[in-house]
Ligand binder design. Structure first.
Ligand SMILES: [Zn+2]
Length: 476
């Protein structure tokens, strides 16, 4: 039988506000445990929450960018559960009237476009962190993250493959970065996903029993967890067993999911309207103001790059997929680098290095100033392209000064015709066979001879000059 995988996503995104959602504590990542806290986010009796205006603004901007309807009259609800990472014993969230609903994100995988429907987007507060110390067999609570603002974005079960899920998350990440509403650092937990997954016979319209995998925070883990869980469910069904509706934990080291708790004894959150926060009423003027502030997003920018800079569609798409790349590209071009050159360096050497070092563009040290300087040295003939690629690799990790590096290592291009001529003479004397070969009609040796001359010049000569010099000598 052929099986179809059905996936829905719940994505939690930490908002990049300076302060928490209901108090004025900092949202900065890290810090000594329990130093970013106050009586409000510690849940002390008698304290009252006050909604951070910036959180509402960021949630609206995200909702608008994801083509949602904004719920102009929305409110908060209490989700009750007892767990030590939540000192109030309830989380303030939105259940009945979330701030945004009915959105849509268009994704592209291969040649195909597909719409992913957004069920809703709501605001809520993050919980603290429990730190397990195996040495003393203790668990300690760090409440710094308590009250950090989150939006949770819930899709309909519209995904069929892991590839579609990753395409959606990349688009979501890019959109939120363009808006500036989140730094989306997955390794710091700013963007994390719960994956709901079920399988059914291909062609069926009924849903199978689904499981939920919680808190996945890398694309790699998400892809592998989806592949594993789909296979696990298919094997169960093919053996005539049933899938149990439950929450499962993905273990990256063991490459498998494990049962956490079954829905059959799931807790009842006893939701009720949050009595300490009045409903939010958003005016049409307010929303109009936000609409006007929406930045130019990836798609429009991609089109503009093709027109304005004559970049090929593929290049424009690659750069505009990430805000950090856009910023880098525009800064490099503003410093005088030709757009096509800047794009080539970024999509070639830079991407290769980022991949090798498993770095995100926004975390690299290389600056647009330094890349622009390198490009300018090639343009002016100070160094050739091969040397430039070597320089790039050398300066990339710590943003060492490109010009200083070239000077220090004596990499300036050899343009003195006497030196080139001398190298040609030497190469010809030592490779008389090849020269004779050429004269006998074997044109292919030309490349070999050019290589020999380049080697004598330590690769620093202009390849065109060397080519001409070799050809000249062979034919005269
Ligand atoms: Zn606080």
């Amino acid at each position: 039988m052929t099986w179809e995988t059905v996936i829905g996503l719940e994505t939690h995104v930490e908002l990049a506000t300076k302060t928490k959602i209901f108090c004025s504590c900092t949202t900065a990542f890290g810090g000594a445990p329990n130093t970013h806290c106050c009586p409000v986010c510690m849940g002390m009796p008698g304290t009252l929450p006050v909604v951070n205006k910036k959180v509402v603004e960021f949630a609206c901007k995200a909702g608008l960018a994801l083509n949602c309807e904004i719920t102009r009259y929305n409110k908060f609800d209490r989700k009750n559960y007892f767990y030590p990472d939540l000192p109030k014993a309830y989380q303030i969230s939105q259940l009945y009237l979330p701030i945004a609903r009915n959105g849509r994100v268009t994704i592209q995988t291969g040649e195909r476009e597909r719409d992913i429907r957004i069920h809703e987007l709501h605001m809520e507060e993050d919980a603290g962190k429990l730190v397990h110390d195996p040495w003393v067999d203790q668990t300690k609570a760090d409440y710094n993250r308590c009250g950090v603002p989150l939006i949770e974005i819930v899709t309909e079960p519209d995904f069929r493959t892991a590839e579609q899920v990753i395409a959606y998350l990349e688009k979501l990440k890019s959109t939120l970065e363009y808006l500036g509403v989140s730094d989306c650092k997955m390794q710091e937990g700013s963007l994390r996903c719960d994956v709901n997954l079920s399988v059914r016979p291909a062609g069926s319209t009924e849903f199978g029993t689904r499981t939920e995998m919680k808190n996945l925070n890398s694309f790699k883990a998400i892809s592998r967890a989806i592949a594993y869980e789909a296979r696990r469910q298919i094997e169960l069904l093919e053996e005539g067993k049933r899938v149990i509706q439950e929450t499962r934990r993905w273990d990256d080291n063991k490459d498998a999911t494990f049962s956490m708790r079954s829905k059959e004894n799931a807790q009842d959150y006893r939701y009720f309207p949050e009595p300490d926060i009045p409903p939010l009423e958003l005016s049409e003027e307010y929303l109009d103001g936000l609409r006007k502030e929406q930045p130019e997003m990836a798609e429009e920018r991609k089109e503009r790059y093709q027109k304005e800079y004559s970049l090929p569609e593929y290049d424009a798409g690659q750069i505009t997929a990430q805000k950090a790349l856009v910023d880098f590209f525009e800064a490099t071009v503003a410093l005088g680098a030709p757009a096509k050159e800047a794009a080539n360096w970024m999509l070639g050497e830079m991407m290769r290095r980022l991949k090798e070092e498993e770095l995100e563009p926004k975390d690299m040290k290389l600056t647009p100033e330094n890349l622009a300087a390198l490009i300018s040295m090639v343009e002016q003939g100070t160094i050739n392209r091969n040397t430039a690629a070597k320089v790039f690799r050398a300066i990339f990790p710590d943003n060492a000064d490109a010009q200083a590096y070239v000077k220090e290592h004596g990499l300036e291009q050899v343009s003195d015709p006497v030196l080139v001529e001398h190298a040609v003479e030497e190469a010809f004397a030592e490779n008389a066979d090849a020269v004779a070969d050429f004269k006998a009609g074997n044109e292919k040796v030309l490349g070999f001879l050019v290589g020999q001359v380049m080697r004598r010049l330590k690769g620093k000569a202009d390849p065109k000059t060397v080519n001409e010099a070799v050809r000249d000598r062979l034919t005269h």
